[in-house]
Design a protein around this ligand. Structure first.
Ligand SMILES: [Zn+2]
Length: 62
């Protein structure tokens, strides 16, 4: 059988901190998640610079 491991540091995880081994790893994962959450709007934000994303009115009606 496989021992569940902490996704952050690969150590055997602690039941009360699952799926992590410690509170520190849990917070670290949360930090990663928040960073990604910030990164997504940062990529999608400059839409008027990249290309006009507003479709013609005709296409919306179809
Ligand atoms: Zn860990």
């Amino acid at each position: 059988m496989t021992v569940p491991k902490c996704p952050i540091c690969d150590r055997p995880r602690e039941e009360r901190f699952k799926p992590f081994c410690s509170k520190r790893c849990a917070q670290r994962d949360l930090g990663n998640w928040l960073n990604e959450d910030y990164a997504i709007p940062a990529i999608e934000a400059p839409e008027d610079e990249e290309e006009p994303s507003a479709p013609p009115t005709d296409e919306r009606l179809h």
